[in-house]
Design a protein around this ligand. Sequence first.
Ligand SMILES: Nc1ncnc2c1ncn2[C@@H]1O[C@H](COP(=O)(O)OP(=O)(O)OP(=O)(O)O)[C@@H](O)[C@H]1O
Length: 258
Amino acid sequence: MTEAMLQIRDLAKSFGGVEAMRGVSLDFPAGSLTAIIGPNGAGKTTFFNLISGAIRPDAGSVKLDGEELVGLSSLQVVRRGMTRAFQVASIFPDMTMEQSLVAAVTAHRGELFSMLRRAPLPEAQARAGEIMDLLGLTPRAKALSRNLSHGEQKLLDIGLALALDPKVLLLDEPTAGMGAEERWRMIEKVHALWEGTDLTVIFIEHDMDIVFQIAQSIDVLSYGQVLAKGTPEEIKRNQDVIDAYLGQDHHHVATEGA
Ligand SMILES: Nc1ncnc2c1ncn2[C@@H]1O[C@H](COP(=O)(O)OP(=O)(O)OP(=O)(O)O)[C@@H](O)[C@H]1O
């Protein structure tokens, strides 16, 4: 059997007396699109912090393409091929979208460019162009960051993550803070990006309609443990998940003809 692109084993982390992650083991096959869901405080953000090297686990293993990541810094994790989209698009308000992406590609590939003794700009511009195409941002290439809509800024954040040439892309609530219509536009772009590349995409999302619509598989966390994992159909019918999460009033449950 081939190993998953990302293989997590027995991941654990406590903050003082709080066991935020209690032995989580999950596999993410190459090219998969997975949603991480769960009630508030379930450990979703902690999970991303642990696997991306932002914080160090007390125990466990995180293997990317067979290589152990635990103990590496965030930067080293990025270099190995796992990148998280952060809210950084607004840091350089007077740069255009294209300039921001060219700068990110150049920063990431700089070493390689100097080794090849080639001018970085045409290459970086070509890559920035590809990324804008993937995200449907090309018409906004010359727009200044400060003039981008919230949704466009979020897409640029994803673009900046793509500039780091990841194998695995982590998205922390890509639709947060958006209205219903903008959410769907956003998630359709994420879906198109996933379809158009061989990326392994893992996203945290609270909107269950979105999760059930686009995720290929779903991992449910609760109290720092894996409560369930499966296809959207399996998760919708899982009684533990319904009891722990989907039954809660404040979550949007896809009732699907019910
Ligand atoms: N740096 C920290 N120090 C202390 N406790 C923490 C820290 N980070 C997370 N926790 C605790 O760990 C648990 C899991 O939190 P986490 O933010 O990972 O959950 P979450 O599933 O992302 O929640 P939400 O959906 O509300 O974002 C919570 O009890 C939280 O209070």
